[in-house]
Design a binder for this molecule. Sequence first.
Ligand SMILES: Cc1ncc(COP(=O)(O)O)c(C=O)c1O
Length: 380
Amino acid sequence: MEYDFDQIIERRGTCSLKWDRYAGADIIAMWVADMDFRSPPGVMEQLTDRIDHGVFGYTTAPKELNDVIVKRLQDKYGWQIEGDWIIWLGDLISALHLSCRVAAGDGDEIIIFSPVYPPFFTSPAKTQKLTSIPLRRQNDRCTFDLESFKNAITPKTKLLLLCNPHNPVGRVYDRDELDAVTDICMENNITICSDEMHCDLILDNKKHIPTATLSPQAAANSITLYSPGKTFNLAGLNCSMAIIPDDKLRNNFKKQRSGNVPWVNILGYAATLAAYRDSGQWNKELIEYLRRNRDIVEDFIAGTRQLSMDRIEATYLAWIDVSKLNLADPQAFFEKAGVGLSDGKDFGSGDHMRLNFGCPKQTLIKALERMKTAIKQTGR
Ligand SMILES: Cc1ncc(COP(=O)(O)O)c(C=O)c1O
């Protein structure tokens, strides 16, 4: 390994959202989705160069950046895009909000599959209706409940907010699953906003399939969200994109963006360029490291009677069923044990907790040991 992911970097006292929640307490932060690793060296060099220039005015994307992304999506996912399909945005939460306003109007309906990343619930406008369809468990994995999906569709349904790979259940959806959902959308004139932010973090031997590659019709009716934020640990630098093949949809999206959401951060562009252009080996080694952490979490869960979990095919997020512990407040229980997890309630399932294993192995093992001791003490 060329890169050292074992190195423990102190984040307490650095205004880290994740760690400062527990300032002054002995609680290992494993909640919000950023990692405790340094970003790739190439990113740091590019940032240093930008800072040395010393002028931090409004900025546009470097021309080279769009070319780098076009090549990356072609090489990694066989998706041939045009550079000018890319719309730059500070963050993907804004992109979810914009998608709801561009693809659906007042009184229209938007569908999501839950549990899911909490802003999916809050992105529709107050004048729109959100319908949440629970994912169905089949053969120990979550998948789309197609019957419920079809039954939920009305003439007012205009948009599906899809998450693939899916935060928090860790699924990388197969082609037949995606085809089935997309076919239903196309038959009913439903646009798909496909949030593919976690697609460069596939841990299993599976291929990510961008929704827009499924058919020309899917491409023409999709907004794909993509960003280096999770993969290269750049969430604090605010640089993301929506990729929209259809001219009309793209122009409407641009109009909505204008004056409503912030510009991309100047350092975000610099970091994104270095991440996508220069940091392939780092990305590869990160995935190897995360895969081993995933295996540690899976072995730990398998060794308990009280916890269970499905396979994590992608992301650094473990979605753990804690219902057998029968706890009134699982988050408080684990915090008392010294581990800060995300509360499943926020994602739409109070039976689960989400554990972020994007951290050095030593930190992960310490947290799991604390969880084990606390579970034992319940006597359940
Ligand atoms: C699926 C998904 N979409 C969007 C986001 C938020 O992205 P951003 O930080 O660019 O707003 C996250 C963050 O965890 C996420 O998991």
